[in-house]
Design a protein around this ligand. Structure first.
Ligand SMILES: Nc1ncnc2c1ncn2[C@@H]1O[C@H](COP(=O)(O)OP(=O)(O)OP(=O)(O)O)[C@@H](O)[C@H]1O
Ligand SMILES: [Mg+2]
Length: 261
């Protein structure tokens, strides 16, 4: 087995996102200690680790929920310091949680075009181009093979998996740079999880890198090409999926294998 600490190096192109020596403490808890990772176009990184390992803390720092105590985050080579998740989103970083917020009373297509509504101004009167927005949404969903009863359905009536698919589809369509998925399968059944896995694969193949947090190692194995494993806030293993087995990953997560640099 080959475990590459601090990730496999790739010199031919620039990483989309670089996390450098991040540390974060909450009171007495050292949630993250000197964590570094790089993610390139087309990567799906499985960010794995047991409960409390620091996974959510890391993506919350990347997504602007709170600052790190130490360390830096770079987006396409430029250092970033987001003060809020909306700032991070505007820069191209989208987080999808188990229960990601959407406008539940609005329709699928209204959610899709939120903040980007197509309107005509006619003698000072705003005319919303609903039909065009509906067609545009249908086209994007069709390209990503996301099936829904109707783009006119209220999003609150859709399943958790369908909502996540819409958030990811919307993000991809409007030019997001990286998607951070924290336990996207936690509330999903088997069929919906399978669709979610396919969408992750499709979207990453279309160029959007993804960091996937999941406790389901089998699911992670189906989509990731690289992994980073955290234990007690530290990276204890990182590398390429092709070099490891599910058992290796489980051993690293639980601490049955210790790897020292
Ligand atoms: N806002 C906070 N205030 C205080 N402690 C926190 C806070 N957020 C996280 N922690 C602590 O930091 C550590 C890492 O938590 P984190 O949520 O990142 O773990 P995780 O790997 O996402 O775990 P899980 O798989 O259970 O979601 C834990 O010990 C947690 O209790
Ligand atoms: Mg978590």
């Amino acid at each position: 087995m080959i475990i590459l600490i601090n990730g496999a190096s790739q010199s031919n192109n620039q990483p989309i996102l670089t996390v450098k020596n991040i540390s974060k403490r909450f009171g007495n808890v050292q949630a993250l200690k000197d964590v570094s990772l790089e993610i390139y176009k087309g990567d799906v990184i499985g960010l794995l680790g047991d409960n409390g390992a620091g996974k959510s803390t890391l993506i919350k720092i990347i997504a602007g929920n709170f600052p790190a105590d130490e360390g830096e985050v770079f987006l396409e080579g430029k250092k970033v310091n987001f003060n809020s998740p909306s700032e991070a989103r505007a820069a191209g970083i989208e987080t999808v949680y188990q229960n990601s917020p959407v406008c539940i009373n609005a329709t699928v297509y209204e959610n899709f075009y939120i903040g980007r509504e197509l309107v005509n101004n006619f003698l000072g009167i705003k005319l919303v181009r609903n039909k065009e927005m509906q067609n545009g949404t249908m086209e994007v969903l069709k390209n990503l093979e996301i099936s829904l009863p109707s783009v006119k359905a209220e999003i609150g009536l859709l399943s958790g998996g369908q909502r996540q698919a819409i958030i990811l589809g919307r993000f991809f369509h409007w030019g997001g740079k990286i998607a951070l998925l924290d336990e996207p399968f936690a509330a999903l059944g088997v069929a919906e999880s399978r669709k979610g896995l396919k969408l992750i694969r499709d979207i990453s193949q279309k160029g959007l890198p993804i960091i996937l947090i999941t406790h389901n190692i089998e699911y992670a194995f189906q989509v990731m090409n690289k992994f980073v494993i955290l234990r007690h806030g530290e990276v204890v293993g990182a590398g390429e999926k092709k070099d490891v087995s599910v058992e290796d990953i489980v051993s690293l997560i639980t601490g049955a294998i210790e790897i020292k640099e």
